[in-house]
Design a binder for this molecule. Structure first.
Ligand SMILES: NC(=O)c1ccc[n+]([C@@H]2O[C@H](COP(=O)([O-])OP(=O)(O)OC[C@H]3O[C@@H](n4cnc5c(N)ncnc54)[C@H](OP(=O)(O)O)[C@@H]3O)[C@@H](O)[C@H]2O)c1
Length: 318
């Protein structure tokens, strides 16, 4: 049993991890939030702590006796990542053993400017351990959640699904010219949560780069699989050139609107082209292809297989 502090644990991904850690009945869990505890919350299995993350001493007080800090805060509005820097400083001050910053997605960060805070935190942790190991940490990286490909049918409890350029429901696809061999990692949220739960109990040292490889698949293979699970009918594929995506001159008959809690709803339509081109360029440049570090450390863990997951998810759907 260890004491775990979960920053941003009220959000989509954080709640998925909290659920699985609570289900183990092994740990004491502190949930850090800027908000008041919801009246109906109730989970007696977690202790809700309100903080504005502004004061390192106060945070260090909160983190007294904590073994592991998991961060899910999304500092997309500030690439200098002030909240995570304070969390790290406070973790060191409080003698926290392990820290996981708010990664939870890609290995590379190119083309995804909204992830600037992740880059800053990676560097901050690297600098911290430059001369000697001050804080053990891992960058949990599962690639994209496979669950997104079931939209509009829910396949997670807490994570709202978003449209993407790969639209199973409407059998349409945006493809980057000559990008059919670019490869991405797709991992279910359940597999991520299980691996994190096992990582908490892992007795060896956490690897700095913590890739979690559910499935690797090329964009060409993913399209073929999509057509297969959607009844063998061909998708309407529209091709765009990487250089046009970069120049903003690409034209398609539709653009997915990316929905995430960190993007205000009234801004989503206006940002659709920006996010769509950025995601296509990032995948095209293999930024979503992650290492298998945790697969190697947890060799008995069986990951969900993409074909089986998608066939089951789309069975009987119009
Ligand atoms: N692999 C994937 O496909 C994938 C998909 C989605 C997200 N992710 C990653 O998972 C992580 C969590 O994302 P999420 O979807 O769970 O986000 P989310 O739903 O927005 O939750 C993040 C939580 O962090 C807190 N927070 C947000 N901004 C903050 C700030 N500036 N300072 C302090 N706290 C802040 C908020 O909690 P309070 O308001 O309670 O403080 C919020 O509920 C991110 O690193 C994201 O990039 C990966």
């Amino acid at each position: 049993m260890v004491k775990i502090a979960i920053a941003g644990g009220s959000g989509g991904v954080g709640q998925e991890i909290v659920d699985i850690l609570v289900a183990t009945k092994k740990h004491e869990i502190l949930l850090l939030s800027r908000k008041d505890a919801p009246a109906e919350s109730a989970s007696q299995a977690t202790t809700w702590i309100k903080t504005d993350y502004s004061n390192v001493d106060e945070l260090a007080q909160i983190l007294q006796g904590v073994h592991t800090v998991l961060s899910f805060v999304t500092e997309q509005e500030d690439p200098t990542s002030p909240v995570q820097k304070k969390l790290i400083d406070a973790s060191v001050k409080a003698g926290v053993k392990r820290f996981a910053p708010s990664e939870w997605v890609s290995s590379g960060l190119a083309h995804m400017s909204w992830y600037g805070f992740k880059e800053t935190t990676r560097q901050y942790l690297k600098d911290l351990n430059k001369d000697k190991k001050v804080l053990e940490y891992t960058l949990f990286q599962p690639g994209y959640f496979l669950n997104y490909l079931t939209r509009p049918y829910p396949s997670t409890k807490h994570i709202p699904l978003t449209d993407l350029p790969w639209d199973f429901n409407n059998r349409r696809w945006l493809a980057v010219d000559e990008g059919q061999n670019s490869t991405l990692t797709l991992t279910t949220v359940a597999d991520l949560a299980n691996v994190v739960a096992q990582a908490i109990e892992f007795e060896g040292e956490w690897p700095v780069v913590g890739g979690i490889k559910g499935n690797d698949i090329t964009m060409g293979e993913l399209l073929a699989l999509a057509e297969n699970v959607r009844g063998g009918k061909p998708f309407a594929v529209e091709h765009v050139k990487a250089q046009d995506l970069e120049a903003g001159t690409w034209k398609t008959s539709w653009t997915p609107v990316i929905e995430h809690a960190s993007i205000p709803p009234e801004q989503r339509a206006g940002l659709a082209r920006f996010f769509t081109s950025s995601i296509l360029l990032a995948v095209n440049a293999n930024q979503l292809l992650v290492s298998d570090s945790w697969n190697q450390l947890l060799p008995d863990y069986k990951f969900t297989v993409i074909d089986e997951f998608l066939i089951e998810a789309w069975k009987g759907k119009p």
